[in-house]
Ligand binder design. Sequence first.
Ligand code: FAD
Ligand code: NAI
Length: 476
Amino acid sequence: MSKQFDVVVIGAGPGGYIAAIRAAQLGFSVACIDEWANEKGGPAPGGTCTNVGCIPSKALLQSSEHFEHAGHAFKEHGIDVAGLSLNLPQMLKRKNTVVKQNNDGILFLFKKNKVTFFHGRGAFAGAATGEGYPIEISGPTAETIVGKQIIVATGSNARALPGAPFDEKLILSNTGALAIDAVPAKLGVIGAGVIGLEMGSVWRRLGAEVTVLEGLPTFLGAVDEQIAKEAFKMFTKQGLGIHLGVKIDSVTTGENNVTVKYTDAKGAAQEGTFDKLIVSIGRTPNTNGLNADKAGLKLDERGFIAVDGDCKTNLPNVWAIGDVVRGPMLAHKAEEEGVAVAERIAGQHGHTNFDTIPWVIYTSPEIAWVGRTEQQLKADGVAYKAGTFPFLANGRARALGDTSGMVKFLADATTDEILGVHIIGPMASELISEAVVAMEFKASAEDIARICHAHPSLSEATKEAALAIDKRTLNF
Ligand code: FAD
Ligand code: NAI
């Protein structure tokens, strides 16, 4: 007889493994199936995020930033580094170790929480019977299990340019971009989105000449315009060659290089030849091999699993979360949906607040934001007040030797409720949490302005930006 579970989760990325753990905490018998394999063929749970996304990219961003600082910034601190050289194999090895620590950590958490893990591909084996949905597992584990409730968390894949499939040698997705074994002299990047900027920064810091080709005429359209303009200036100054409004005409591979023909924003034909080309033009939902049609699971017109606001699919007791459904493709969004769905299955009122999901781009300086941008408030006809404070006037930033950027507050003109907070600067990824908490509690800018912040700390810039709403900055 097939093993029976209250909850079967397909996919152990941040959405799936967190949903599985939360469901187990709530007293359900839980199975989680994931097909990701490490180089030895063993299980590597954690999904895109752990294996070829958030974690390895942040490991390389950190290492490459150390390298850059050792080359330039340390001197100003009175630290002379003689004979600086790059040991790329060690840098990549460290990144792989960090990934493995996370894979092992998830396997440990499954054991601790009594989640039964199956290494293999899970697919619907048919419609629900009285006992639940039969799920067929193939690969290292081959068996059919049954789940009363199914949570689909199968994530996303990199989108290729038409006519230029990823070979991970010359044309790289995020997977290849995180494993280049020698710094390319010339690196091309198509798409100036989050991956293009993060991975472009890594390889530029390590010595590559990086050219980024972006289709849209505006830089980082989802980011507050003032912040995006500042970022464009800084990235260009660092040496990223960013070309906006281009149209890619063709990509052809030679033996050791890739040639991209494109039309620039002025309509002129251009050509670039690169040692490697990263294509980072967005991601597509992954429903490969899930047999969604066998069970009658509905997809939307863009290939995402169709869900309502509660992550319910068209099938009773089948839920879907994370990158495979609508909404931002972010690990923490997937996690929040995982927790909320597990709690809904338990009859609780799980909730994901889409209005307070923070975004971070881990470049240097980092860019982080929550809530609405100034251009969105204008488009929505909302009367607002804005306040900014530059890190240049923050004592801790000066001591760090990193005074780039600012904190920007946007608050309702009448009620003073915080509508958006936008940060470009050191540790923006950490600073944004204060704004998220404030917005969750519907705080006003005045609330933040009146809260005691430690001195000297970067967070004082947050308080000062809130004070700037009423033109009362104390240090600028
Ligand atoms: P995934 O993490 O994609 O996990 C899905 C899992 O399901 C995979 O392990 C897959 O193998 C498995 N699977 C799929 N189909 C089946 C099947 N039929 N049977 C069994 N297993 C299956 N987000 C952030 O918030 N912060 C970041 O810093 C960040 N950095 C990123 C950097 C890069 C380079 C990339 C590519 C992405 C980054 N993201 C980041 C996005 C983040 O990785 C995703 O939003 C997140 O991984 C989505 O989680 P998920 O659980 O929905 O799916
Ligand atoms: P993206 O959506 O961030 O950026 C893609 C960029 O490519 C856009 O600017 C788009 O205009 C451009 N583009 C699309 N088609 C093009 C074409 N044919 N020619 C030229 N430009 C084109 O997607 P990206 O960078 O691939 O990342 C995917 C997702 O992964 C992100 O949206 C984000 O959700 C997630 N991610 C999150 C990170 C974080 O939170 N720090 C880091 C990396 C990825």
